[in-house]
Design a protein around this ligand. Structure first.
Ligand code: C5P
Length: 227
């Protein structure tokens, strides 16, 4: 049993989760979307009126952190993991533009990061895990056997995200999506707690001009080398 920990970090909408999910399925590992956890905390804030405009009621959120229970359950029909918040399936809701617009300030809060990091480390205790996010290789699993840092141009990423949102029926412009992608990049890279940053020992992948097949093949090769 030489299961390893695989950390996949990078900018928003660069296809990290598609890659990570594909690899996990292929090699029989657990896949964890750490961004979904920050999105779930954000949805909790929205549902409990802890955000007014862009202002987060930090004191109330801090007190209520213990009431936020996030789980991943496999959808028996699709075979895909889905995010549950306090006993409710929120997989669709956490992908909305409203959540996307508020998630970066919520995830910049130190006590939110501490709580999520602790849960993520517990999930990876038995290894055999692929986790994607922003700080997995730097903070959550600094000793991960394989670390990948994914990037692509903001325009390529906005275009991909726009296609995804349109497929889900959201009525939104390219400009709005590009703005959200750029704003999240900025906040994620410039926050003081675990900013988005390539770990020194992470392998850099720019997938702007790669097909999904090429990307999957490349990732599988990195996995084999890391064993
Ligand atoms: O991966 P996704 O784009 O769904 O993540 C949403 C947001 O959650 C990111 O823009 C970032 O602000 C935050 N995040 C984070 N740390 C992680 C994963 C996500 O701060 N490990």
């Amino acid at each position: 049993n030489n299961k390893i920990v695989i950390a996949i970090d990078g900018f928003s909408s660069c296809g990290k989760s598609t890659m990570a999910k594909g690899l996990a399925k292929r090699i029989g590992y657990i896949y964890i979307d750490s961004g979904a956890m920050y999105r779930a905390v954000t949805l909790y804030c929205i549902n409990h009126n802890l955000i007014d405009g862009n202002l987060i009621d930090e004191n109330s959120l801090k007190k209520q952190m213990q009431n936020i229970h996030i789980e991943f359950k496999i959808n028996t029909q699709s075979g895909r993991p889905e995010t549950w918040l306090n006993g409710k399936n929120v997989e669709q809701e956490i992908r909305s533009m409203q959540v996307s617009n508020l998630v970066s300030p919520v995830s910049a809060l130190k006590f939110v990061r501490t709580a999520m990091t602790t849960q993520q480390q517990a999930l990876g205790k038995a290894k055999g895990i692929v986790m994607d996010g922003r700080d997995i290789g730097t903070t959550v699993f600094p000793h991960a056997e394989l670390k990948i840092f994914v990037t692509a141009s903001a325009e390529t990423r906005a275009k991909r995200r726009l296609d995804e949102l349109k497929a889900k029926g959201e009525n939104i412009s390219y400009q709005e999506v590009l703005k959200n992608v750029q704003e999240r990049d900025y906040i994620d890279q410039n926050r003081s707690e675990s900013p988005l940053k390539k770990a020194d020992d992470a392998i850099l992948l720019d997938n702007s001009d790669m097909t999904l097949e090429e990307q999957d093949k490349w990732l599988y090769e990195q996995y084999q080398k890391a064993l």
